[in-house]
Design a protein around this ligand. Structure first.
Ligand code: GLU
Ligand code: MG
Length: 435
């Protein structure tokens, strides 16, 4: 039987799922302009599937238009169809951006940072996940044996990512049972978020080719280490030179770098509603999981919500280029567009307000209880709390615009209602199916 190749154009909306529509490859030239049809209420489809609440009803008409810069075409060398998809923008039928387009949310943040502060963001999303194609075994953390037993998965993943136009940086067996991590080279602006979507899909696609799954859920089990997404961020000035470092500044950061970091910290409780945005996300952000519980910046501290990653000071290396901020309170149930956009909006708000880092920022040696006693703010304990913080954040109304702000809050609150009766174990099982 002959096969007519299909190409899919996708978006990653509030639910964090990558959804889209496919068309015959022969139609690609026309589809680059006209896209595929979309409906406003599709943005309200929950991660679970049902749409429990929508401000849009059944009305409206949108198009999802592929961005040529995002094309992914990957052959796995087996009998299966190649992966062939684009990421796209949600537009009104006259071609203008739709108010709830996730890529436009990130694009506007990145443009505002460029316009107002003359700074470009350079970012890389680090992904952890659970690979089901290997037995869970004690003592395997970071082990050569866990690396060996994942078989061809890592090598296939790296090949797929490379074909997809990414530059893989590392692949490793992580701390948790069956847990692995993959990192990529950073990219500028929106491309960093596109790369995160593509990375997740290459992880899923590779596992699928091996009749397995990659679970990207933040909490595979209620009481174990979770799968984090860490967003590494640096800033570039108008000349392309690193704009974060300043050896004379506190933490070695420039005034703009400190304000950017302070803005993120100032808004972090609200940001979690976009960066760790599922009912299950909070189960990861608990003590003793190498994940953050409190809001603070620290140098080389993996308990910090914002970690300062130093540059290597080895011959031939420029530590200024390597210095970056690692936002640790994120996971793969977040759309990378909302996550990156929100972080950039918050950082820009810090620059607009000329914020400096809070005095308590250096708390690396304290344990969790001591941090609370010292008045270090806690990350929200639930998504419910994070959404309330987001709703109370006046500045965020401007970042989103009224339609998206309302849609976002309603979407996530409806998701919370859907899982309200589940205990932690059932919640973990459900999100392991969904992500
Ligand atoms: N698994 C941890 C998390 O949930 C992170 C471990 C690490 O620092 O790589 O964020
Ligand atoms: Mg890790």
């Amino acid at each position: 039987m002959h096969r007519a190749p299909l190409i899919m154009v996708c978006t990653c909306e509030i639910a964090g799922q990558v959804r889209g529509k496919a068309f015959p490859a022969s139609e690609l030239p026309a589809r680059m302009t006209s896209g595929v049809g979309w409906v406003p209420s599709m943005t309200m489809i929950s991660a679970l599937g049902p749409t429990a609440d929508t401000p849009f009803g059944l009305t409206g008409e949108l198009i999802l238009v592929p961005d040529p810069a995002t094309e992914v075409q990957v052959e796995f060398g087996d009998d299966g169809e190649p992966e062939h998809f684009f990421l796209g923008d949600l537009r009104e039928t006259d071609g203008t951006p739709w108010s709830c387009c996730p890529r436009d949310f990130a694009r506007r943040a990145i443009a505002a940072l460029q316009h107002e502060a003359r700074l470009q963001v350079l970012a890389a999303f680090e992904h952890e996940f659970t690979y089901t194609g290997i037995e869970a075994r004690g003592g395997a953390a970071f082990s050569l044996d866990a690396f060996r037993r994942q078989g061809a998965f890592g090598a296939m993943l790296v090949a797929a990512m490379t074909q997809a136009g990414l530059q893989p940086d590392s692949f490793l067996p992580e701390y948790g049972p069956r847990q692995f991590e993959v990192t990529v080279a950073p990219a500028r602006g929106l491309r960093a978020a596109d790369q995160a979507v593509i990375t997740r899909e290459m992880v899923r696609a590779t596992a699928h080719r091996l009749n397995s799954r990659a679970l990207l859920t933040p909490a595979p089990e209620p009481n174990d280490t979770g799968n984090g997404v860490h967003v590494h961020l640096s800033l570039l000035g108008p000349d392309g030179a690193p704009a974060l470092p300043d050896p004379a500044g506190r933490f070695g950061l420039s005034p703009a770098g400190r304000s950017f970091a302070a803005g993120i910290l100032d808004h972090q409780a609200a940001l979690v509603a976009l960066t760790a945005p599922s009912p299950v996300s909070a189960l990861r952000l608990r003590p003793d999981r190498i994940a953050p519980t409190h809001v603070y910046l620290a140098d080389r501290d993996r308990g910090a919500s914002l970690r300062l990653c130093p540059g290597l000071q080895l011959p031939g290396m420029d530590p200024r280029r390597q210095l970056n901020l690692e936002y640790r309170a994120a996971d793969a149930t977040a759309s990378p567009y909302f996550a990156l956009g929100a972080i950039v909006w918050a950082g820009l708000d810090g620059i607009r307000r000329g914020l400096d880092l809070p005095p308590h920022a250096d708390v690396a040696d304290m344990d969790d209880a001591a941090r609370s006693l010292a008045g270090i703010p806690r990350l929200p304990a639930t998504l419910d709390e994070a959404l309330d913080r987001l709703e109370a954040t006046e500045a965020a109304r401007d970042w989103f615009g009224p339609v998206l702000f309302d849609a976002y809050l309603r979407h996530k609150r409806a998701e919370l209602r859907m899982v309200a009766e589940l205990n932690e174990t059932a919640l973990c099982e459900l999100y392991a199916q969904l992500f």
